[in-house]
Design a binder for this molecule. Structure first.
Ligand code: NAD
Ligand code: MN
Length: 495
């Protein structure tokens, strides 16, 4: 194992032992090639991790299959819960190290890594640990037969996760799967492999049987593709771009019709009525809605619609608050926004800003790079936007927001729905009728009223339209990791 440990001291003096191996069958093994992972603050290489190729994907899937049939499938809920709670305790014990790793690899403010990312993994594990011994079916009355259902695990579940919430998404894929008796092979993003391999060491320490949780690093088109096409993977859960989501479905269709759940981002509308009581609070939530995580959030409120009467006032306050946030070193406590994840994402976002200007929108704030190293972009606001502009239609996944006006409910519903996506939406109003009417009307998997970005482990999350399929979090997630069997017993009714 020592072959794979890189020692690293963070700029703030925190000493890290970074494991750079693939975690297969509770062992740390080499990959077919390697990946350099960088710190997006300065572009410097932090560590070189292993990249799995098809051969290592096969090993991981075989380990998971062996663990499934070798006992996990029939393990007691009590035992699964004990291990999951143990893992949660270990994540909590090593919370600071996990947070430091996440910030180093991803660039998000350390305060966020501590208060959001580490908390997500701990709460996911504990929440789904609670379900382990509560998975059961129904007894159904039939004609002279005893009919009942059992909810059985599916088998080996693959998870392919993105770089914007690496630890959070890791736990969203692991927790419901393992709780319901499946085994997993998770592929992390090539841009943020480090926190997951720290978690891998904790999986082993917690005492999970070998092969129940396998975590591999690697490239999408190699490792991810091999997992998505694997004949022994029975289900795949993916979070990432729409383009790759389509490929995952194709890979399933071309291989074994594995079950697929997808979470593919959005272009979420954030609707502000002129009756709001406290405009400062609305501005606070709206700014958090788009600029949290440097805009790299699937549910980002990237289209703000403001009712005519309050438009000028909202824009003025929103601009002032957005401009006040410190963009810079994520290790400093007062930093609001870190860098984008990579040169590629930086270029993508800058290209959208260019497109917005070329299409005639007004760049009211920002639009430029910050500093000359790393991938920092100013919080950027566009006004005078029209519905068909690229910046109003496509997911930018950066600190860029479009603000426009609306007249009444009918007008704003039409505008809000002018997108292929349907992940989330928000409504700010003090009128209960408007709040309920719109909440019912909006085509989105989550609707926030007078708040934004509130995501809980016990409440479902997922997309309408092309934002995805299936739900994560909550009891609803269990259905994606179980299959229902109907059993019918003839009770004294021979003919
Ligand atoms: P991506 O979809 O390429 O990557 C997501 C994951 O899929 C990564 O682990 C990647 O390695 C893997 N992957 C890539 N190609 C694959 C393939 N052919 N088969 C299997 N797995 C594969 O996303 P990206 O390129 O990192 O980001 C591009 C855009 O995607 C962003 O700008 C944003 O719009 C969107 N995105 C959305 C989310 C979200 O939370 N929904 C997260 C990340 C990115
Ligand atoms: Mn990185």
């Amino acid at each position: 194992m020592s072959n794979f440990v890189t020692e690293y001291t963070t700029p703030s003096g925190f000493k890290l032992n970074l494991n750079t191996a693939l975690f297969i069958n509770n062992e740390f093994v080499a990959g077919g090639s390697t990946i350099d992972t960088i710190n997006p603050v300065n572009g410097e290489v932090i560590a070189t991790v292993q990249a799995a190729e098809k051969e290592q994907v096969d090993l991981a899937v075989e380990a998971a299959e062996k663990a499934f049939y070798g006992g996990w499938k029939k393990s007691t809920g009590r035992e699964r819960a004990r291990l999951m709670n143990k893992l949660a305790d270990l994540c909590e014990r090593d919370a600071e190290e996990l947070a430091q790793i996440e910030t180093l690899d991803n660039g998000k403010p350390l305060t966020n890594s501590r208060m959001v990312d580490v908390q997500i993994i701990v709460t996911q594990l504990r929440y789904f640990a609670g379900w382990c011994d509560k998975i059961h079916g129904k007894v159904i009355e039939t004609e002279g037969k005893l009919s009942y259902t059992v909810h059985e695990p599916i088998g080996v579940c693959g998870g392919i996760i993105p770089w914007n919430l690496p630890m959070g998404m890791l736990s969203w894929k692991i927790a419901p799967a393992v709780a319901t008796g499946n085994t997993v092979v998770i592929k992390t993003s090539e841009l943020t492999p480090l926190s997951a391999i720290k978690v891998a060491a904790l999986v082993k320490e917690a005492g999970f049987p070998p092969g129940v949780i396998n975590i591999i690093t690697g490239y999408g088109h190699i490792t991810g593709d091999a997992l998505a096409r694997h004949m022994k993977v029975s289900k795949i859960a993916f979070t990432g771009s729409l383009a790759i989501g389509r490929q995952i479905m194709r890979a399933s269709a071309d291989s074994n019709l594995k079950k697929v759940t997808l979470e593919l981002g959005g272009k979420s509308p954030n609707i502000v009525f002129d009756d709001v009581e406290n405009l400062d609070e609305v501005v606070f939530w709206s700014r958090m809605g788009i600029f949290f995580n440097a805009g790299q959030a699937c549910c980002a409120g990237s289209r703000i619609f403001v009712q005519e009467g309050i438009y000028d006032k909202f824009v003025e306050k929103f601009k002032a608050l957005a401009a006040s946030g410190k963009v810079g070193d994520p290790l400093e406590a007062d930093t609001f926004q870190g860098p984008q994840i990579s040169q590629r994402q930086f270029d993508r976002v800058m290209d959208y800003i260019k497109a917005g200007k070329e299409e005639g929108a007004t760049c009211l704030l920002g639009g430029n790079r910050v500093g000359d190293t790393g991938y920092f972009i100013e919080p950027t606001i566009f006004t005078d936007v029209t519905p068909k502009m690229k910046i109003m239609q496509e997911e930018i996944f950066g600190p860029v927001v479009c603000i426009s006006k609306f007249t009444d409910i009918d007008d704003v519903v039409k505008k809000a729905h002018d997108t292929i996506y349907g992940l989330a939406a928000a409504v700010f109003t003090s009128n209960i009728t408007r709040a309920v009417t719109l909440s019912n009307e909006l085509e989105a998997g989550t609707v926030w009223v007078n708040c934004y970005n509130i995501i809980n482990e016990n409440s479902p999350f997922g997309g309408y339209k092309q934002s995805g399929q299936g739900r994560e979090n909550s009891e609803y997630a269990l259905a994606n990791y179980t299959q229902v069997k109907a059993i019918k017993i003839n009770v004294g009714n021979p003919l």
